[in-house]
Design a protein around this ligand. Sequence first.
Ligand SMILES: C[S@@+](CC[C@H](N)C(=O)[O-])C[C@H]1O[C@@H](n2cnc3c(N)ncnc32)[C@H](O)[C@@H]1O
Length: 220
Amino acid sequence: MTGAGKPAADRAQPSPQNPWESVPLADYEAHMALSQVGQLQALSALTKRQLASHPVRTVCILGVAGGNGLAHIGPGIQKVYGIDVSQAYLDRCAARYAALGDRLVLQRADLSDPRVDLPDAELFIANLLVEYIGIPTFAGHIARRRPRYLSCVLQQNAGEAFVSASPYAEAFAGISSIHTDIDAQELTAALAAAGMEHTGTDRLSLPNGKQLIMLEYTRK
Ligand SMILES: C[S@@+](CC[C@H](N)C(=O)[O-])C[C@H]1O[C@@H](n2cnc3c(N)ncnc32)[C@H](O)[C@@H]1O
């Protein structure tokens, strides 16, 4: 694990193994922020709701990327863990949110590996992450950690390509090999077997006709 602000040069850089490690954060964020895509802003707003609606002191964000949504971490949160496969994203996240000090703990991990040991946190957030590791592996992580609350956001593509057309779309060519559309009911069934009860669903329409679906779960 690395604390916020630790220089990248202090750590060995692994060779890219996951396609996300080849997507520059600037391209990812520029694509997601385009007005016709509108996802970066929508995901930040949803993270704000996820944090506000759960009375917790510890949070773990799976697929934290460059820290979209971390601006909404309030003083009541004592520890925020951020997990991602991309060390470059985590370095940028640490630099952006250095003000969180040792309340922010970032860990490089490939969550497609079912053996990854996740930190203990009351609330787990996984926004647009399950699409890249699949339901069985994700539910396996949750079954082992059994957080008090879990909130997930999935993208519903309405028959469209999961990457919207944009000048940056080429940067995402590699990730299509690991992306799968996730069925919300299948996810909920797997999480029920993992000890998590479905407590709510919310939908947000995006400018490009796609939808973000937010699913809430509480430990049984
Ligand atoms: C579509 S982005 C979502 C970013 C962020 N959650 C948000 O809402 O803005 C997916 C993120 O998951 C990370 N990711 C994808 N596969 C992963 C894996 N196997 N292990 C860890 N992180 C992964 C990517 O590096 C990327 O940061």
